[in-house]
Structure formats: C-alpha cells, structure tokens
Design a binder for this molecule. Structure first.
Ligand SMILES: Cc1cc2nc3c(=O)[nH]c(=O)nc-3n(C[C@H](O)[C@H](O)[C@H](O)COP(=O)(O)OP(=O)(O)OC[C@H]3O[C@@H](n4cnc5c(N)ncnc54)[C@H](O)[C@@H]3O)c2cc1C
Length: 308
C-alpha cells in the first residue's frame, strides 16, 4: 500500500517542487544521489574504482516533453562518456528512453540514442537502456533491438516482476543482447506483474539461471542477499567463473554487501545517478524500503523544527 502510494506521489509535480526546494530533503537525497553535477558523480565513480568496483553513470531525468530537453539529455550523456574517457575512470552509462524523448516519437528518440551509442562505441564504452514502467516496455525493447542490430555497445534491463519477462529474455538472448536483471521498481497491476514479493523473487531466480547459462555477460542488479546467494551458488554449481557476470547495486545502498562481494572476488558495478531531476528516483528508493520513509520523515521533522 505504502509502496503504491509513494510511486503514485512520484508523479506529482507539486510534491516534486516542494521536496526538491527544501534544504533538508536535498541533503537527504545525497544518500542516493552524490550530486547534481557531473563532477560530483565522477568523484563517486573514482571512489568506487578505488574500492575495486566499476560504475554506471545515470544522468537523472525522465518523461521530457520538449525536444530541447531531450537534446540536452543526449548532450549530457555524450559529455559523461567523454569525461569518463578523459579522466580514465571505469564507468559506463545508464539512460532512460523517456529522457531522450520517447514521448515525442520513436524516430526522434532512436536518433538521440544512436548519437550516444556512436560516441560510446568510438570510446570503447557501453550504454545500458534502463527499463521504465510497463507503458514503455514494448517500445523500449523494440528500440534496443534496433540499436543492437547496429552495435554491441548497448544492453537493456528486464524486470522479474513482469509475467512477460522470460519470453523477452529469450528474444534478447537470440540477438546476443546483454541484460541487467532487476526485480522492478514501478507500480504495476496484477494483470501483468506478480503482486506478491515471493513470486517476484522466485521469478528472479528462474531468470537469473537462464541468463547465467547463456554465457553472455549479464548483470544481476539486486541488494537482496537471498538473490545474491542463489546466484553465487548456481554459478559455482555450473562452473561459471566470477568474471563472467557482475552484480550491480545502487549508490548508497548496502555498501557493506558491495565490498563483501568484491572481497569474495565477484565483479560489482555501482549505479551512480546525478543531476537536478532526482525527485522520481528518490521516491522510488523510498518506496523500496518502508524504513527509508520513517528515516526521511524523522529527519524532515528535525530539520524543519528550528524554522517553525
Ligand atoms: C543497478 C540497478 C539498476 C536498476 N535499474 C532498474 C531499471 O532499469 N528498472 C527498474 O524497474 N528497476 C531498476 N532497479 C531497481 C530494482 O527494480 C529494485 O526496485 C531495487 O533494486 C530493489 O530491489 P532488490 O532487488 O534490491 O530487492 P528488495 O527485496 O527490494 O530488497 C532487498 C534488500 O535490499 C535493501 N534495499 C533495497 N532497496 C533499498 C533502498 N531503496 N534503500 C535501502 N535499502 C534497500 C534492503 O536491505 C532490502 O531488505 C535497479 C536496481 C539496481 C540495483
């Protein structure tokens, strides 16, 4: 219930204005977003690299409504790729197609994606296309398939909570596409997604086994020790070595688990978001864990108290 409410509130532009203009919430968002500028994100990448991990930079933004905003997002991504190369840090990028103008038309959006992919390929880097709400699943997969026909520098994300995901995985594997497996972060109806967590978890494990058995380099993006344990056990049983896949986690979440996996010799990539448009991302992180909401509410109250 709370999860669904928070995910609905994530769409409110009024709440967005209130939360993002509040000093206390801006400071709290730092737990999940290291900064609004690329420089701050690059510093976070450096810290991850020093700790033996790679990164994926996400320039925050989604559902843009003008071509100018989509083009600005595209430029932010080519700049991020160039900065990664010139600073010699180890990071790829993750992006959302609605940030590149998917709501403005497929052809316009695919052209923005192509420009980013061309630059990534020239620089020997890689672009992950995030998966958004189910209204975009078909179009995202179609665009990724089109892009994958032109370059191997692109991969995408599959959400274990959707019933359709096994079929989508089979189609993507047939074209050699690299996949990041996640549980899924949006509010989806039971007609298309498993409503119960235990069924999502079971599907994650089932899909993880398909991915690891494919011998293509995939990513398992989760902070759930049960999912991680299932993957490490399965890979050991199948003699899949630790450099043939990677775990991914979000910046600021289960840092202890990240370093534990590195110590055990697993590959770990940290997803590092940056930019001003952090509100929907922040709300999704609150929705994932009720304790975050309590922590947020307490700090908001404490931070607001002196001014009252
Ligand atoms: C690298 C990465 C990329 C992602 N990309 C996408 C995407 O493209 N599309 C999409 O729909 N979803 C994406 N997600 C989000 C994902 O779908 C889940 O919502 C999120 O990872 C929480 O699920 P979980 O697997 O960690 O398991 P859960 O069962 O939700 O959590 C397991 C444990 O992890 C910890 N934890 C999880 N979330 C939080 C949090 N917010 N704050 C503090 N602790 C937490 C808690 O200890 C919790 O008990 C991504 C996640 C990661 C890690």
């Amino acid at each position: 219930m709370l999860r669904a409410l928070l995910l609905e509130l994530a769409k409110s532009s009024r709440l967005r204005r209130r939360i993002t203009s509040h000093g206390v919430t801006r400071r709290m968002a730092r737990r999940f977003v290291p900064g609004e500028e690329l420089g701050a994100a690059i510093e976070a990448v450096r810290a991850c690299n020093r700790a033996g991990m790679t990164a994926s930079l996400d320039h925050l933004g989604e559902n843009v409504v003008t071509r100018e905003d989509a083009e600005r997002a595209r430029t932010a991504y080519t700049e991020a790729l160039e900065r990664v190369a010139s600073d010699g840090v180890d990071s790829n990028v993750s992006l959302k197609l609605t940030h590149l103008g998917l709501d403005l038309g497929d052809e316009f959006c695919v052209e923005q994606l192509r420009i980013i992919l061309r630059r990534a390929q020239e620089l020997g880097n890689f672009v992950r296309v995030d998966m958004e709400g189910s209204a975009y699943t078909d179009r995202t997969l179609q665009m990724v398939k089109r892009a994958r026909a032109e370059t191997a520098a692109v991969g995408t994300v599959i959400q274990a909570y959707l019933y359709r995901s096994e079929e989508d995985i089979r189609e993507l594997l047939a074209i050699g596409c690299r996949i990041r497996l996640v549980k899924g972060a949006y509010n989806e109806p039971s007609q298309i997604a498993f409503p119960r967590k235990k069924d999502v978890d079971a599907n994650f494990i089932k899909l993880m086994k398909i991915l690891l058995s494919s011998r293509i380099y995939h990513a398992l993006a989760t902070h759930d020790p049960k999912m991680i344990e299932a993957a490490t056990r399965f890979s050991a049983e199948q003699n899949i070595s630790r450099d043939k896949f990677e775990f991914q986690m979000l910046y600021g979440i289960r840092v202890d688990l990240q370093s534990q996996l590195v110590k055990q010799g697993y590959r770990v990539r940290v997803y590092i978001p940056f930019g001003r448009d952090w509100f929907p991302y922040f709300m999704r992180r609150l929705a994932e864990r009720p304790a975050n909401v309590l922590f947020f509410a307490k700090n908001l109250f404490r931070g607001a108290a002196p001014a009252a």
